[in-house]
Design a protein around this ligand. Structure first.
Ligand code: PMT
Length: 222
């Protein structure tokens, strides 16, 4: 029955961990495997959406038959998302985007020298926040990966980044979160908790999250 809940909708999904270069052979990234974003893309397509995946560094195969753009850094991901933004109906930011990048990217391999090496980092653009403050008809879904004060931090992100829904991820839960095949999230909107989804496959989590989002989006329901 959920099958066509997203038909006629254009959905952009980000996945994976961004890569912020230090020099030609080194970079900063994180533990995101891409599994959560890939599951969302697959389920959105099953629900009838036209899906555009934008993926940074991932450790698993992307779902077949879905348009995929590969990116590296947070800046690249921002550019790629912005190119889709005007014409899409929903963006789901499942990617783990680096908050900081090296101030300078060395053009050649950094040589070993002193006992301490200091890397200066500068803040990246916050993609979700930027979308949140320029959205018109688009429905915006964020994630919040937290290790403490889950609810407070997630609601703070929801408000600050002006999203319609946020999936709060307690990444300390055994067998869930970064790299795992399963996930557990609490979904919030502006008025509080919408649903608590206990540990289950990322595809099941995606199905529940997208069903809630689809039910709240404007437009024709099929
Ligand atoms: O990829 P997997 O191994 O399957 O793991 C899934 C996951 C744990 C990565 C995923 O479920 C998840 O929680 N993704 C969000 C990770 C994250 O960056 O969370 P955050 O709390 O730092 O950011 C909050 C939100 O803002 C996220 O939607 C993030 O995509 C977005 N963001 C963050 C920073 C930034 N510069 N730009 C952003 O858009």
């Amino acid at each position: 029955k959920n099958k066509l809940l997203l038909s006629g909708k254009k959905v952009v999904v980000t996945a994976g961990g961004t890569i912020e270069r230090i020099d030609p052979v080194r970079y900063i990234t994180n533990d995101s495997s891409g599994k959560m974003g890939f599951a969302i893309a697959k389920v959105a397509q099953e629900m009838g959406a036209e899906v555009q995946l934008i993926a940074a560094n991932t450790s698993v195969e992307p779902p077949p038959g879905i348009s995929l753009e590969r990116v590296q850094s947070a800046g690249d991901m921002y550019d790629a998302v912005l190119r889709q933004w005007g014409a899409c109906d929903m963006v789901v930011m499942a990617a783990a985007v680096a908050d900081y990048r090296p101030l300078e990217v060395a053009q050649s391999k950094i040589k070993k020298k002193d006992s301490v090496l200091t890397l200066e980092l500068v803040k990246n653009v916050d993609i979700l926040e930027s979308l949140g403050h320029s959205k018109k008809h688009q429905f915006l879904v964020g994630f919040a990966a937290e290790t403490e004060n889950i609810e407070t931090y997630a609601i703070d992100k929801l408000e600050r980044k002006n999203c319609d829904l946020i999936a709060a991820n307690d990444v300390t839960v055994e067998g869930a979160g970064f790299g795992a095949d399963h996930n557990a999230v609490q979904i919030y909107d502006r008025s509080g908790m919408v649903e608590r989804i206990p540990v289950q496959s990322k595809e099941e989590v995606a199905r529940k999250l997208l069903a809630i989002a689809a039910g709240r989006m404007g437009g024709v329901m099929h």
